[in-house]
Structure formats: C-alpha cells, structure tokens
Ligand binder design. Structure first.
Ligand SMILES: *[C@@H]1O[C@H](CO)[C@@H](O)[C@H](O)[C@H]1NC(C)=O
Ligand SMILES: *[C@@H]1O[C@H](CO)[C@@H](O)[C@H](O)[C@H]1NC(C)=O
Ligand SMILES: *[C@@H]1O[C@H](CO)[C@@H](O)[C@H](O)[C@H]1NC(C)=O
Ligand SMILES: *[C@@H]1O[C@H](CO)[C@@H](O)[C@H](O)[C@H]1NC(C)=O
Ligand SMILES: *[C@@H]1O[C@H](CO)[C@@H](O)[C@H](O)[C@H]1NC(C)=O
Ligand SMILES: *[C@@H]1O[C@H](CO)[C@@H](O)[C@H](O)[C@H]1NC(C)=O
Length: 456
C-alpha cells in the first residue's frame, strides 16, 4: 500500500517532466521520443512470458492487431536502428506463421479472415524489404510467408459472386463470409504489388492490377477515389448491390501504397499516377482536420472500437511508404507527417492509474486534435503515436530492398498452394466452431449497436 502510494506520488511529480520532447529534424530527438513510446507499446505484450503464446496480445486485442504491431516494430527497427524488440518480433511472426508457413493458426480459426492474415503478411513483407534478421533456415522465411498469402488469395478469388474479389472471411461459419471488403482486397493488392517489385515476377503485378480493376468496377473505389468499406452478397438473388460506403483511413492508405508501388514498377505510368494522385487528394481532404489526421467516422463521436483505434497508425505507415515509391508526393505528404508527429507527441502526456505500464506521463491518447491527452489508452493509441513520430525519419533511411538490391530473404513461389488440401484433411472440430459462434454473437451485437448509433 505504502509503495503504491509512493509510486502514485512520484507519478504525479514526474508527470510534468516526463512528457515527450520532440524536435523534428533532430534525429536523436525523434529516436528518443519513438523509443519512449515503443517501450509503452511493448508493455502490452505478454506473448514472450512463460506459458503464454508468442504473437498474441491479451484481450481485447484481436489476432490481426498483433500482426500489425509486429509490422510496426519491424519498421521501428528499420527507421531507428534500435533492435530491442527484434527477438520478440522474430519469435512472434515465426510462431504465428505456423510450421506450414501459411499464417493459418488453428487457434485463430474464429477470427481468421483474409485481412487478419493480411496484417501478418504485411509484417513478413516489410521484414523481407528491410533485411530484418532472417528466421532459422528450418523455419518459413519472410518472403515465402508473403508468397504463401498471395497464393492462398489467388485460390480464394471468387468470381461466382460479384464477378471477383476476396471475401472477408475464409470459413463459411464465420460472420462476414458473405461480405467482400476493401481491407482484404487491399492486403492482396498491397502484397501482390510489393512481391512484384521484390521478385520481378510479372504474375504478381498482373494480380495487383486485377484487384484494382475489380474494386473500381464494383464501385468500391468511387469516381472520387474514395475507398469504400465493402459489398454484401445478397443470397436471395446472388446480387452485389448493397455497399457499405463508410470510409476508413487504413483502406485509403493500403490502396494508396499499393498503387504507389505499381506506379514505381511501371516507371511512373499515367494510369497508376492518376490513381495515386486521386487517392491522395481525396484522403487528405477527408481524413485531416486543420492538417491533423482523424478517424472521421467515429473519432468525433467517441465510438471507435479497439480495431478502429489503431487505423491511423497504418494510414501513416502507408503515407510515408508512398513517398519512397512516388518521390513527387513528398512535398504533399511531408507536411502532414510533421503536423501529426507534433500533435501526437502532445497527446503522449498521460498518466492513467490503470491500462498503461510505460514510463509515467508518456501514455498516448487517441485524439491528436485536442492538443493534449484525451484519456484513451491502448495498443492502438500507442502504435498510432509511435508511427506518427518515427515515420518522419522515412527520408533518412534507404527505400525498401528487392532481391536485386540486396534483399536476402528466401522465397518459395509455390508456398501456400497446398493449404486448402491441408485444411480439407483436418476439418475443424466442434470446439473450433463453438468458439466461432460465440464470436459471431459478439460481433452481431457490435453491429446492432453500431446501427443503432447510426440511426440516432
Ligand atoms: C519479453 O520481451 C520484453 C521486450 O523485449 C522484455 O522486456 C521482457 O523481459 C521479456 N519477457 C520475458 C519473460 O522474457
Ligand atoms: C495454440 O494454442 C496452444 C495452447 O494454448 C499453444 O500452445 C500454441 O502455441 C498455439 N499456437 C499458435 C500458433 O498460436
Ligand atoms: C435481396 O434480394 C431480394 C430479391 O431481389 C430482395 O427482395 C431483397 O430486398 C434483397 N435484400 C437486401 C438486404 O438487399
Ligand atoms: C522501366 O525502366 C527500366 C530502366 O529504364 C527498364 O529496364 C524497364 O523495362 C522499364 N519498365 C517498364 C515496365 O517500362
Ligand atoms: C521509384 O522509387 C525509387 C526509389 O525510391 C526512386 O528513386 C524512383 O525515382 C521511383 N520512380 C519513379 C518513376 O518515381
Ligand atoms: C511467378 O509467380 C507465379 C505465381 O506464384 C509462379 O507460378 C511462377 O512460377 C513464378 N515465376 C518464377 C520465374 O518464379
């Protein structure tokens, strides 16, 4: 008791001195700020503790967000050179990659959508592009993990409904199987484009183009280059007309970066240039207020869920990566990154009594628009602010590698082609499905709550 009291007292005293100091342009200052925030982020992770499962975050964070976190930590290392978290990152991704190298862990069957896998695949792709230390030779390698997802998605491309596209879910028993969403197809286009660039194999580039064309033809990319959330399949008449037109930052980001890689790969073709410019123009209108990024759909109402509270971080990641692939966007994107970095640093002054175990007085809030700490803390908040600050270093590091420019990760073009057979031979148990059912109910309540909110 007495100790706690003292800690609390010290917390209050330290509060005013511990805030994040950030001087943009001073590399040491940016790295110091990023290090402080990364420390608070990793404190949420328990997967390397004895008895816990490598790669998992505790509730309420879903499996996909763990993959997103390790993707962020790979970029953290690449941008700052701080390798403090490389060991847990390597352990987590190889464990969740599974011995099959397919990012299909059985434990996660109830939350295993194409996009959930996708965020782990994005981490593996970044590892290949930055020469993140390779896994031991007997384990699946970074490039092969990304190729496995590509091959799985090709096999799940579904022309029977809506003339193409990936469904959200992989398993028929999961809620969302009859929904084709932009983030799943966004993971596909993003990884396909980057595989094309890394390996020089045209098949990947052809698929990236195909994903874009499908998204556009069905209206999920609007004439103004908004990336809308997804399309439901009507099982009565098999039509695809009911679109969820809501806009999320990360959907814009993942397509922007995919298009940027294609622009670079095609030596700046007019088609991809138009697409990059279109998304960037619309996204900078929709997702910024007074020059500061915000999750416009839910942030002003305080209704963002745990997933949505992490989207700004990925949008920041892909904005920064776009400047590497399309250098002429730098003059538009750089000011956005800088304003956000400063605003995010001002949001990292929290000292909540619970829910944060980083350095006292450095907890990051969610809103960057309030010139201070708004009281919301978590993996998303911490990851967003880390991204806002560390990606200002993007112009100080080399661009992503390819196999021809020093990338050492070993690939396997046929990885993942046997996944369907593997699962067919080992059907899910009733216990797996029971887990899925519980989650479906939870998700359905969430949807009802969201709809109720929107009708009000
Ligand atoms: C888990 O990893 C973190 C970050 O590297 C480290 O601080 C912590 O000591 C590790 N915990 C265990 C039990 O190994
Ligand atoms: C699946 O769960 C078991 C039991 O908790 C655990 O030992 C194993 O590491 C988990 N596998 C993955 C890939 O998470
Ligand atoms: C599905 O299609 C049927 C038949 O065209 C139509 O009556 C129904 O309203 C549609 N359902 C939705 C949710 O759009
Ligand atoms: C892009 O330019 C390079 C070097 O000039 C050339 O080798 C390559 O074929 C070009 N690629 C395309 C798709 O035009
Ligand atoms: C492609 O990216 C490289 C590396 O960032 C850059 O030097 C080059 O100018 C880009 N190509 C185009 C057409 O913008
Ligand atoms: C290119 O990728 C495709 C699709 O994975 C694969 O079938 C083909 O073998 C690859 N080509 C080469 C030369 O690696």
């Amino acid at each position: 008791m007495r100790l706690l009291g003292l800690a609390g007292f010290l917390g209050v005293v330290l509060r005013s001195v511990a805030a994040i100091d950030l001087v943009l342009g001073d590399e040491a200052s940016v790295k110091e700020a990023a290090s402080t925030i990364a420390f608070g982020l990793v404190k949420y992770y328990t997967g390397n503790y004895t008895g816990d499962t490598p790669g998992n975050l505790p509730d309420p964070y879903f499996w996909w967000e763990c993959g997103a976190m390790f993707g962020t930590l790979i970029d953290y290392w690449a941008l700052t050179g701080d390798d403090s978290y490389n060991a847990i990152t390597l352990q987590a991704i190889t464990h969740q990659g599974t011995p099959m190298g397919d990012f299909m862990p059985r434990n996660q069957s109830r939350t295993l959508g194409n996009d959930d896998q996708g965020f782990w695949g994005l981490a593996a792709m970044s590892a290949a592009e930055t020469n993140f230390p390779n896994p031991p030779p007997d384990q699946p390698q970074w490039l092969a993990l990304a190729q496995s997802l590509f091959n799985q998605w090709v096999s799940r491309w579904d022309e029977e409904f809506c003339d193409g596209g990936l469904r959200w879910q992989i398993f028929t028993f999961n809620n969302g199987y009859n929904y084709k969403n932009s983030i799943s197809n966004g993971c596909f286009i993003n990884i396909a484009a980057r595989l094309a660039r890394f390996t020089g194999n045209q098949t990947y580039a052809d698929w990236a183009a195909k994903v874009w064309e499908w998204q556009e033809s069905i209206g999920l990319i609007s004439p103004e280059y908004e990336i809308r959330d997804g399309m439901s399949i009507n099982l009565t008449d098999n039509s695809c007309k009911r679109m969820d037109t809501t806009l999320w930052t990360y959907n814009a980001g993942i397509f922007l970066h995919g298009a940027a890689v294609m622009y670079n790969l095609t030596n700046g073709s007019a088609v991809w240039e138009r697409r990059v410019d279109g998304i960037l123009r619309t996204a900078s209108e929709r997702f910024f207020t007074d020059g500061i990024m915000f999750e416009q759909l839910c942030e002003p109402h305080g209704t963002c869920d745990y997933d949505q509270r992490s989207f700004k971080g990925y949008f920041t990641r892909w904005l920064a990566a776009t400047t590497q692939m399309v250098p002429k966007t730098y003059s538009t994107i750089r000011p956005l990154l800088e304003t956000d970095a400063k605003a995010a640093a001002r949001a990292c002054t929290g000292n909540p009594p619970t829910g944060f175990r980083g350095h006292p007085g450095t907890a990051c809030g969610f809103k960057w628009t309030v010139d201070g700490f708004d009281g919301l803390v978590g993996v998303g908040e911490q990851m967003n602010a880390l991204s806002a600050i560390m990606y200002t270093l993007v112009d100080r590091v080399p661009g992503p590698l390819t196999a021809d420019t020093g990338g050492t990760s070993r690939g396997n073009p046929s990885a993942g082609t046997d996944v369907q057979d593997y699962w067919a031979e080992r059907p899910l148990t009733t216990a797996d499905r029971a887990g899925a059912w519980v989650l479906t109910v939870v998700v359905m309540f969430g949807v009802v709550a969201a709809c109720t909110f929107m009708m009000k």
